[in-house]
Design a protein. Structure first.
Length: 470
């Protein structure tokens, strides 16, 4: 019991202060810190969040197809070739995966490109964790944090003309100048040929959105504590404790000097000699006062049920049903509603990324490098069949083709076949039809003309006359 209420109040205040400090660390107040913590969890600090994000990227990024539509058919072929070149050289599919990942982690993404001398220099994504974004009626401001490795490389080249020349060839001039001025970030500018598209869940003119993952930071920390507890117990089992008791128990109802019941020093040394010896079997001969115990924790502490509720809340944020992540469960149909929610989230992410690519490819800055006519349109499509049951997909495609609604090429593409390759093989089958034609009856050894192999022609069987019943 506390006799000094003043000291009790101090303990309460100290405990409350520690709790508030822990809560501030778990739940950062600023949007920027929340975004950084979200990326830290997605990059490996929380394996469950990392699995959720990677599952989303695997499904959402599948089947990206970028097409250009132009009314002028004479320019269509050349335009398609230029677009295919841009997609390959600037790895737009990889950039799309990065944008999907960023949007899934923090509900924001940045698509950025640079044009110099009417040539597209690069297309990339910028992590929102490294950027500051502001917008207003006068336009948008985007500042990008310079990485620590880049700053170190530039600072080490200071005063060495040869190294500095190599640095300037590697990094933009404004980045080098910012580091030499001691600045930690640089500002993108359209006047320098730098353009960007920012998509966020926040309201207009509000900057970046606060990640929805922030609502699960507490559950992530709680799960981490549970895992740490398992590690502590596992380490305890690794370091086996061997407890050796020796000495008489005090008799009940009698007053006795307990020191007289303690084991003697010679006995303790003898026990140490026995138990320090190594071997598969240790034989000891003692009196009735010696016992050996091996304390260990209750195996129930490893029950995985303690993870169930906290992981359920995290998975509910991700909208990922277990069958999508592990391929295990009661079946695909049992997780139908969960899969539908997952697909709905995927559609929203895909629409945002597709809109970003369309704005970039139709941006005036790329009209000359790509030669895109002003009346053109960009169509972004994805694999819409991925979250459906394979049987359902086949039934839908077959029904559409049987009714003449679906062409052969679309059917082949939906089933993963190369239409040109199928056409070539089909044409070869027609040309070599006589070679592969089956000229005998299966399992009978008869030719199609009715002759046995190497034999004479068999006479046709005679029909018996039907009796006259009149």
């Amino acid at each position: 019991m506390f006799h000094d209420m003043g000291s009790f109040d101090q303990i309460i205040k100290k405990t409350a202060g520690q709790l508030n400090s822990l809560l501030r660390e778990v739940f950062p107040s600023s949007t920027k810190d929340a975004i950084r913590k979200s990326f830290a969890y997605a990059d490996g600090e929380c394996d469950l969040i990392q699995d959720i994000i990677e599952t989303k990227v695997d499904f959402y990024a599948a089947g990206l197809n970028i097409q250009i539509k132009t009314p002028n058919k004479n320019h269509k072929g050349a335009l398609l070739k230029r677009f295919d070149k841009v997609i390959r050289e600037h790895q737009l599919r990889k950039v799309a995966e990065e944008l999907i990942r960023d949007y899934s982690v923090c509900n924001n993404f940045i698509l950025q490109w640079k044009v110099e001398d009417d040539e597209l220099e690069y297309v990339t994504s910028i992590s929102p964790a490294r950027a500051e974004f502001g917008q207003g009626r006068g336009g948008e401001i985007l500042k990008v944090e310079i990485g620590q490795d880049v700053r170190k490389a530039i600072q080490e080249a200071r005063g060495d003309n040869r190294k500095m020349a190599a640095i300037k060839d590697m990094y933009p001039e404004k980045v080098v100048a910012a580091v030499l001025r001691g600045e930690l970030s640089y500002t993108l500018s359209n006047s320098d040929g730098e353009y960007w598209v920012v998509r966020t869940n926040a309201r207009r003119f509000s900057g970046f959105a606060r990640p929805t993952l922030a609502s699960r930071f507490g559950d992530i920390v709680l799960r981490r504590l549970i895992i740490d507890g398992d590690f502590v117990v596992a380490f305890f089992l690794k370091r086996v404790i061997e407890h050796i008791k020796s000495g008489e128990s005090p008799p009940s109802g009698k007053s006795v000097n307990l020191r007289e019941l303690y084991p003697k020093k010679e006995e303790v040394k003898e026990y140490e000699k026995f138990f320090q010896a190594t071997g598969q079997a240790l034989r000891m001969f003692t009196n009735h006062t010696v016992s050996v115990e091996y304390p260990h924790p209750d195996p129930a502490i490893f029950n995985p049920l303690k993870y169930e509720k906290v992981e359920e809340r995290i998975l509910r944020w991700g909208g990922v049903v277990d069958v999508l992540m592990t391929g295990k469960g009661e079946g695909f149909s049992q997780g139908h509603l969960g899969a539908r929610r997952f697909a709905a989230q995927g559609k929203r992410v895909r629409d945002a990324v597709g809109e970003g690519f369309a704005l970039m490819l139709l941006h005036p800055s790329l009209s000359k490098p790509l030669g895109v006519p002003t009346d053109s349109n960009v169509r972004i499509s994805w694999d819409e069949q991925l979250l459906k049951d394979p049987k359902q997909v086949l039934e839908e495609l077959t029904a559409l083709q049987d009714r003449g609604i679906l062409d052969h090429q679309s059917f082949h593409e939906a089933m993963g076949f190369d239409t040109d390759l199928v056409r070539e093989r089909k044409q070869r089958d027609i040309e070599e039809k006589e070679i592969w034609l089956n000229t005998w009856e299966p399992r009978q050894g008869l030719t199609k003309a009715g002759r046995p192999e190497g034999g004479e022609e068999r006479p046709a069987p005679k029909r018996r006359p039907r009796p006259d019943r009149s």
